[in-house]
Write a protein that binds this ligand. Structure first.
Ligand code: IMP
Ligand code: MG
Length: 187
């Protein structure tokens, strides 16, 4: 499947993962989660907005009775690196006490966002808690955090597409690409 001939792609330096590669990786991950959670009814928590596209594709590859919920967590503002401060802007609409929870994120960078969220959810008495992130940038980690499920480990580059944004843009690209530094150079 070729990348679309869209004007938005002119802002990318390169394409890292095509729509077809993402589809294949998400399907494999869905099968893995299906196997690992046999006999369970996990609650899958989508971290908005970045994980939204991945989440919708992933849950449709899981053959289990899953429940879904959403959280909005702020970490970045409009820049390309984390402030280190995390705030829950929209919380879960349900109790997760005694439940098997899978937190679904777009990318783990410094680890700040998820290590904070992990503490919050652990304190709510979950039966188990696993982190599922489409992408993992381990070279950028500032706090220790284990990512239980991920599709790809990526180098230290700022990527957009398939839900990931720069200044709220590019989420609708079907592929994931490296954003041209000229887009954020003078910001
Ligand atoms: P962390 O708290 O530093 O791990 O940052 C996690 C959040 O930063 C993610 O949920 C993303 O919203 C954002 N982020 C980190 N790296 C990138 C990137 O390369 N592209 C787009 N967003 C990113
Ligand atoms: Mg973001």
């Amino acid at each position: 499947m070729e990348a679309k001939n869209w004007k938005l792609y002119e802002d990318l330096e390169s394409i890292l993962y095509t729509e077809a590669q993402l589809k294949e990786a998400v399907a494999a991950l869905g099968e893995r989660i299906t196997r690992d959670y046999q006999g369970k009814k996990p609650v899958m928590v989508c971290i908005l907005k970045g994980a939204s596209v991945f989440f919708c594709d992933l849950i449709r590859q899981i053959d289990l009775p899953v429940e879904i919920d959403f959280m909005v967590v702020s970490s970045y503002g409009n820049g390309t690196s984390s402030s280190g401060e995390v705030e829950i802007k929209k919380d879960l609409g349900r109790s997760v006490n005694g439940r098997d929870v899978i937190v679904v994120e777009d990318i783990v960078d410094s680890g700040n966002t998820l290590s904070y969220l992990k503490k919050v959810l652990d304190s709510r008495g979950v039966a188990s808690l696993r982190i599922c992130s489409l992408l993992d940038k381990p070279s950028r980690r500032r706090v220790p955090l284990t990512v239980d499920y991920s599709c790809f480990e990526i180098p230290d580059a700022f990527v957009v597409g398939y839900g990931l944004d720069y200044a709220e843009l590019y989420r609708n690209l079907p592929d994931i690409g490296v954003l041209s530094p000229r887009i954020y150079a003078d910001k």
